[in-house]
Design a protein around this ligand. Structure first.
Ligand SMILES: NC(=O)c1ccc[n+]([C@@H]2O[C@H](COP(=O)([O-])OP(=O)(O)OC[C@H]3O[C@@H](n4cnc5c(N)ncnc54)[C@H](O)[C@@H]3O)[C@@H](O)[C@H]2O)c1
Length: 414
């Protein structure tokens, strides 16, 4: 048997990380001996664990440690990072460290470095001129880049271990468990989210909304537009459809040909979305349609008027597309990542495609709330690594109207 000394710190007991670590070792045919364990007694104190990990050989140990890394386990005597030069654009050495979405540090030349632009599925590049480490997608690697290989010098901070960190003075999201909330708790969720939006706006923070066309079909777009006008939203992400259907409502009063007031299918309603796209092309763009007085209200109108950054990412399902829709997927991902950067809160509204896409590029410490009628969407997000996502199972139109009403009451009450 080969052994390695490892350690872990944080809220190991109440977060369940201790049992995760120990059970994972046994499940993967390894063994362990706890050599030291100090328990944090108060919510402010953290626990510290030291274990001797045993595996069949070096390869088995490596596999075990790679599996344990996301639980915050790191070497007892950490070596300086092994930096390897990239020999070909877009191609990393085979043992490159593949990042997670959790806060990460690299030990290099006797110091711990925080990794910038944290996201999952990236390499970690060292920039000598800035003496800093940051995540970089493989497709962006350039010959000559210096990247971290192996995982011995990496420390990952799982969000569960940090949830009651004394450094985090902000009030916690009371429903910050990665549960999917039941219908009964939607009212509570509305209250909590309203308080969070107020708090973020007051500190001039950043809330980003990821929005699907269902928001328009369910009559939630007026409430969302109102939140945007009131300064609760600092970034807007979606696809072609949300903008197309919003424009259809503004020009024809229908969404997918259905009259939003009566619920009756309008005559020739099926062509309304194409006529809306055509109108925008006639003006040149959504922005130009506003300047020309053609578009005078609605969700996209509010996004443009509030001058918040937005990106409509294209997809194979798109009609048109609209002039603003970004069809180069790499460029759309880049714009999404830029808009997410520095977000305090991400609200995902009924779009599985864009929610999972955003989850992939969001650090795990960013509060993420996903509102969808289908609980499986949150489960999918969690399965793909966005374990911090809180699910609220609700009709998104109902939820947005309730949220806006709650925020109105709060502002009147003040
Ligand atoms: N005309 C067009 O151009 C057009 C039309 C539709 C979709 N698209 C594109 O296709 C892609 C995927 O579209 P998408 O995001 O709509 O699909 P999606 O399947 O990714 O997500 C739809 C989500 O809405 C949820 N949902 C359904 N009804 C709901 C309700 N009442 N309340 C809350 N949640 C509800 C579903 O559970 C699902 O998770 C996007 O890029 C979109 O722009 C284009």
């Amino acid at each position: 048997m080969k052994t390695r000394m490892l350690q872990a710190e944080g809220h190991l007991i109440d977060s369940g990380l201790l049992s995760t670590i120990l059970n994972t070792i046994l499940a993967k045919d390894g063994d362990y001996r706890i050599t030291s364990f100090s328990v944090g007694k108060t919510p402010q104190e953290i626990s510290h664990l030291e274990i001797e990990l045993s595996g069949k050989d070096d390869e088995h140990l490596e596999t075990l440690i790679r599996t344990l890394k996301p639980s915050g386990v790191f070497e007892k005597s950490v070596p300086s990072a092994n930096l390897v030069i990239v020999e070909q654009d877009r191609y990393a050495p085979n043992d490159f460290y593949s990042s997670s979405n959790h806060r990460t540090e690299v030990y290099y030349q006797s110091a711990w470095y925080a990794v910038g632009h944290q996201r999952m599925d990236a390499a970690i590049v060292y920039d000598q001129s800035k003496d800093s480490f940051s995540c970089k997608k493989l497709r962006d690697l350039k010959k000559g880049d210096s990247i971290v290989c192996g995982n011995e010098s990496i420390r990952v901070y799982p969000v569960e271990a940090e949830i009651r960190s004394p450094k985090d003075s902000a009030p916690q999201f009371a429903f910050m468990t990665n549960d999917v909330s039941s219908e009964r708790s939607v009212d509570i969720a509305v209250d909590k989210l309203a308080s969070e939006l107020l708090r973020i706006r007051a500190k001039k923070g950043k809330t980003v909304v990821v929005c699907g066309p269902v928001v328009v079909h369910t009559g939630g777009s007026a409430a969302l537009a109102s939140l945007i006008r009131q300064g609760y939203v600092q970034g807007f992400l979606g696809g072609n459809a949300v903008a197309v259907h919003d424009l259809e409502v503004q020009f024809f009063g229908t969404s997918l040909g259905v009259d939003l007031k009566t619920g009756i299918v309008a005559e020739h309603g099926h062509s309304h979305h194409m006529r809306s796209i055509n109108t925008i092309h006639g003006c040149g763009s959504i922005k130009a349609a506003i300047e020309q007085g053609v578009l005078t209200s609605g969700l996209m109108y509010s996004v443009e008027k509030a001058a918040i950054p937005y990106c409509l990412a294209g997809s194979i399902r798109d009609d048109g597309p609209l002039p603003e829709t970004v069809n180069d997927m790499i460029e759309a991902q880049r714009q999404y990542a830029e808009i997410i950067d520095g977000a305090d809160l991400i609200i995902m509204l009924s779009t599985m495609l864009h929610s999972i896409g955003v989850g992939n590029m969001t650090p795990s410490w960013v509060k993420t709330v996903c509102i969808d009628i289908n609980p499986a969407v949150v489960t999918k997000l969690t399965d793909r690594g966005s374990g911090q996502a809180i699910g609220i199972v609700s009709d998104v139109g109902f939820f947005l109207r309730a949220l806006e009403a709650r925020l109105q009451e709060t502002s009147i009450g003040r």
